[in-house]
Ligand binder design. Structure first.
Ligand code: ADP
Ligand code: MG
Length: 275
C-alpha cells in the first residue's frame, strides 16, 4: 500500500468506526512507527519474551543483538503476526494495533520481513523475481507476461538501481552469488513498498566487500524506511547502527550506541560470562 493508500484506508476506517461508534481508545504511540510495550510470550511455560519494550522512530535504523535464544526471532514473529503474545501492546504507527491483525494484514499495512535464508526463484531472472514480488493482485501468468503498470515498472527499475542489481536484471537467480541473492531478496521486499523492514542476519556468509555494500544499502534505505536489523557481526553493526538494542532472555538488557552497549557491564557479563 502506498502512503496515500494507507492514509485513505485509515481515514475510511476511522470514518466507519465513528459511524458505528466503535472507535477504540486512542493510542498515543508518541510518534513512533513501532511501539511495543510490556510484551510477554511463553512456550510451554518458558518465557521466550519477558516484558519487552521496543520503540522505533520513523526512519530509524536499529540493530538488535543478543545471544542465541534471546528472543530475537520471536520478537520479529510477534511484530509480523506470526506469533501472538500472551500479553502486552504492539502498535504500528498510531492506527495499526498489530495484536488485532493477522500476518497478511500486517504485511499489507507496510511491515516487510526478510528471512535469513534467501528464497529467490532460481529459474527466474532478477526482473521476473521482482515482478513476482509485486503486491498487486495478480496471477503468476499475468505478472510474467508484462502486465506491469508504468508506475510498477518505474518502481522495479528504481529498486534494481538502489540494490545494485541493474546490470544483472536478466540474469537467472541460480547464477547469482550469495550476496547478490541477499540483495535480490531485499529488492523483492522493497517491491512491496514497506514502511518498516525487518531484516534477519543479512550479512551471514557474505564477504567483507558484500557486507560493506549491504551496509551502504541499509543506511541508504533508512530515513525513507524504518529498519530493524538482527545481526551478530559486531563490525557490521558498528558500521551501520546509531542505536543498538541488546536482547537477553526476552528482555532489553541494554540500549545505546554500540560503544555504550559494548562497555555496559551487564552486556559484558552476558557475552563473556557465559550466562
Ligand atoms: P533468537 O532468535 O534470539 O536466537 P528465539 O526467538 O528463536 O531466539 O528463541 C527464544 C527462545 O524461545 C528459545 O529458547 C527458543 O527455544 C524458544 N522458542 C522459540 N520459538 C518456540 C516455539 N515455537 N516453541 C517452543 N519454544 C520456542
Ligand atoms: Mg533467531
Amino acid at each position: 500500500m502506498s502512503s496515500v493508500d494507507i492514509k485513505r484506508f485509515t481515514e475510511k476506517l476511522h470514518h466507519l468506526r465513528k459511524a458505528q461508534n466503535t472507535s477504540p481508545k486512542p493510542m498515543d504511540t508518541h510518534g513512533m512507527i513501532l511501539y511495543v510495550e510490556g510484551v510477554n510470550k511463553s512456550f510451554d511455560g518458558f518465557k521466550a519474551i519477558n516484558d519487552l519494550n521496543l520503540y522505533i522512530k520513523e526512519g530509524e535504523l536499529r540493530c538488535i543483538i543478543g545471544p542465541n535464544g534471546a528472543g530475537k526471532s520471536t520478537m520479529m514473529d510477534i511484530i509480523t503476526g506470526k506469533t501472538r503474545p500472551d500479553s502486552g501492546t504492539a502498535w504500528f504507527g498510531q492506527d495499526c494495533n498489530l495484536l488485532e491483525m493477522d500476518e497478511p494484514a500486517i504485511a499489507k499495512a507496510g511491515i516487510g520481513r526478510k528471512f535469513q535464508k534467501p528464497t529467490v526463484f532460481e529459474a527466474l531472472s532478477v526482473d521476473e523475481n521482482l515482478e513476482l514480488a509485486m503486491k498487486a493482485p495478480k496471477t503468476v501468468i499475468s505478472s510474467l507476461f508484462g502486465k506491469m503498470t508504468k508506475v510498477q515498472k518505474e518502481l522495479r527499475d528504481h529498486v534494481l538501481e538502489i540494490t545494485g542489481l541493474l546490470n544483472l536484471r536478466h540474469a537467472k537467480g541460480q547464477i547469482l552469488s550469495h550476496g547478490q541473492k541477499q540483495w535480490l531478496e531485499i529488492a523483492m521486499l522493497l517491491m512491496q513498498e514497506p514502511k518498516l523492514l525487518l531484516v534477519d542476519e543479512p550479512v551471514t556468509g557474505m564477504t567483507r566487500q558484500e557486507m560493506e555494500k549491504t551496509g551502504e544499502l541499509l543506511v541508504s534505505l533508512a530515513g525513507t524506511h524504518s529498519i530493524i536489523v538482527v545481526e551478530h557481526d559486531m563490525d557490521f553493526v558498528r558500521s551501520i547502527a546509531r542505536t543498538v538494542t541488546v536482547l537477553h532472555q526476552g528482555h532489553v538488557l541494554s540500549e545505546g550506541t554500540i560503544s555504550q552497549v559494548q562497555s555496559d557491564p551487564k552486556v559484558i557479563e552476558v557475552y563473556l560470562g557465559g550466562s
